[in-house]
Design a protein around this ligand. Structure first.
Ligand SMILES: [Cu+2]
Length: 179
């Protein structure tokens, strides 16, 4: 490709209306339940060229810093059993856990969420490690067995194995294709 056409191409991309890419981006939704089976809010996941934006609007959670991860199986069918059916972290390459771990992170790792005193949290997280439908180096959340977002009782120390000391699972939401 000639330099001039490269320049034209990059200019063309730069001139795209800012909202257009996001509006056309693939989305998934997540409806969360707690361990009593109560609705505690929702999330939206939006595919980007570099990963997935995770927009959360939750209530009914214990105040404080809580771990949240992407777990490998798209089910929250067992609140009475602590959501173990959602499996371990999305981790197809068997990496060590932890955003701060030199051997990590695994593909399910995310920063902690911080729940307000009234039990609510609104936050945008971003994972450059995953994709909704599959992309080079970024495993798909919407694969044959899906994936779930799982909130834990404790904060994630982002380092220790296997899950950063996050403790029991207190909430869960299945990542579901929109539409
Ligand atoms: Cu987890």
């Amino acid at each position: 490709m000639k330099l001039s056409s490269v320049l034209t191409l990059s200019l063309g991309l730069a001139l795209l209306p800012a909202g257009l890419a996001a509006e056309n981006a693939e989305r998934a939704t997540v409806a969360f339940i707690d361990s009593a089976g109560n609705d505690i809010g929702n999330g939206v996941l939006i595919e980007s060229p570099h990963g997935v934006l995770i927009d959360l609007d939750l209530h009914g959670l214990p105040p404080g810093r809580r771990a949240i991860h992407i777990h490998a199986i798209g089910t929250c069918e067992d609140p009475d059993d602590g959501f173990v059916a959602s499996g371990g972290h999305l981790n197809p390459e068997g990496r060590a856990h932890g955003l701060m771990n030199p051997e990590g992170p695994d593909h399910g790792d995310l920063p902690n969420i911080i729940v307000r005193e009234d039990g609510t949290v609104q936050v945008e997280l971003f994972s450059h490690l995953v994709s909704l439908r599959g992309a080079p180096g970024r495993p798909a959340l919407l694969d044959y067995d899906g994936a779930a977002l799982v909130i834990h009782e404790n904060r994630d120390d982002h380092y220790s194995q296997p899950i950063g000391g996050a403790g029991p699972r207190i909430a869960c939401g299945v990542i579901t294709p929109e539409g």
